[in-house]
Design a protein. Structure first.
Length: 436
């Protein structure tokens, strides 16, 4: 076992990494590696969707590819948690990034729908593992006084760098191998800062305490159901955004921009909406957000992707949906014991992946039968269904409490509070009671 992964060294580092300065030195390598990795994944995901449309794979096949990606999310979340308890964060990170690079290169070498379904499955398995590695690493390094800022930085970096990767699709030849090669190079480069930094402070290697789905359901079924539903809506929306834009007649640069604006929209809405959910019943904020997403979906259906208003609507849709995902995870996580955080993070990824695996199939079938306009309609219909579900839950169980009582937060905190939203990890200052 190397010094970087030694449990006793990790315990010592974590114990002293309590100031923002120490946290910055202890996490810069992870942040850098994650940023490079997500830029490569953003390019790969958009390139695959555009290339599949160029090759004439068909709407249902493209949907199947995306469904395979999110099915891989579910598998990867289970496997990664096991390996974290055996070999530690750094080794798992390096192994997954290496496999991802190989997958991307293979996808560029052999362009075939069956192979690409397999490659997308493997890519989803690996990237979900990378998210679990990063988010459990950050959670265990943070304290209640630093968690919000630390995860806010992480959330911003993941959104910006993934969107930057999507924009890169306009700079490569989608009909050749160069785009795949460049994406693989980024994946390989992402290993370097994490594995070689002397300042990296991974958590100790421990066997995580399990939290079964049945146990989670007994605590917060609303959060779990909402996470799955948001996966369905978001999975379909993100998988077919490049296809929808391309069929609207947009050029490659514009297609990349249209695929990137949902992530950029989350930068505008993530903090204020999540902070509001900390002040009141999260389900009420969820209902409002889902109603807004319904209206935005209807707006996109009426104006199309080939207009400025369509870009704005798509950006706001992404901002609302990503924030809904955060709120649903936080609602589930408010009552989870600290020692079960890693397991719950994996279960949330599992639920999100299950929903996101269904989403592209639903959207693909809808677009195959109803035309490109069905893309926005599925977003509106899914969001309306979620809003109705949350409203029913509020009526059935109206007594949910706030995560943090308003009178326990200073005035400045009410204005500028940054919640721990990136992965819905981290326990709130006061645990909420189990709620339905």
């Amino acid at each position: 076992m190397s010094a970087a992964d030694a449990p006793i060294d990790d315990h010592v580092i974590v114990a002293v990494a309590v100031t923002p300065q120490r946290l910055a030195w202890g996490t810069w390598a992870l942040f850098t590696g994650m940023s490079i990795l997500l830029a490569g994944m953003g390019l790969f995901a958009t390139l695959v969707a555009v290339r599949a449309e160029v090759e004439g794979f068909g709407t249902v096949v493209i949907g199947t590819m995306s469904a395979a990606y999110y099915t891989g999310f579910m598998v990867g979340s289970r496997i990664t948690l096991r390996f974290l308890g055996q070999v530690g964060h750094i080794r798992v990170w390096a192994a997954l990034a290496s496999v991802l690079a190989v997958v991307i290169l293979l996808a560029g070498v052999a362009v075939h729908p069956v192979l690409w379904v397999v490659m997308r499955f493997l890519a989803g398995s690996c990237i979900s593992g990378q998210y679990i590695v990063a988010e459990s690493w950050l959670h265990q390094l943070a304290t209640n006084t630093t968690r919000g800022r630390l995860l806010a930085v992480y959330g911003t970096l993941t959104v910006v760098t993934y969107a930057a990767g999507q924009l890169l699709v306009g700079t490569v030849d989608v009909g050749g191998r160069d785009g795949f090669t460049f994406a693989a190079i980024l994946l390989a480069a992402a290993v370097v800062p994490v594995t070689l930094s002397v300042d990296a402070t991974p958590p100790p290697i421990v066997v995580p305490e399990r939290m079964s789905l049945r146990r989670m359901w007994s605590i917060a079924p609303t959060g779990m159901t909402s996470t799955f539903a948001i996966g369905v809506i978001t999975g379909g929306a993100l998988a077919f955004a490049p296809v929808y834009a391309q069929r609207a007649g947009l050029g490659l640069v514009a297609v990349g921009a249209f695929a990137a604006v949902p992530a950029l929209g989350s930068l505008l809405l993530q903090i204020p909406m999540s902070a509001l959910s900390d002040r009141t019943d999260r389900r009420v904020v969820g209902v409002a957000a889902a109603v807004v997403a319904t209206g935005l979906g209807a707006l996109l259906a009426s104006v199309g992707a080939d207009s400025l208003l369509g870009f704005v609507a798509m950006g706001l849709i992404g901002g609302v949906l990503f924030t809904l995902q955060t709120i649903a995870g936080a609602y589930t996580n408010d009552v989870i014991p600290t020692e079960q955080m890693n397991s719950v993070a994996a279960q949330l990824v599992l639920l999100l992946g299950a929903g996101a695996g269904c989403g592209p199939l639903i959207t693909g079938i809808a677009m195959a039968t109803g035309g490109s306009g069905a893309y926005a309609v599925t977003i509106a219909a899914g969001s309306a269904t979620l809003a109705l579900y949350l409203l029913v839950r509020i009526i059935q169980h109206p007594s949910a409490t706030r995560a943090i009582p308003r009178n326990a937060v200073a005035v400045i905190g009410r204005l500028y509070y940054v919640p721990a939203t990136a992965a819905s990890l981290g326990r709130r200052i006061r645990l909420r009671r189990s709620r339905r």
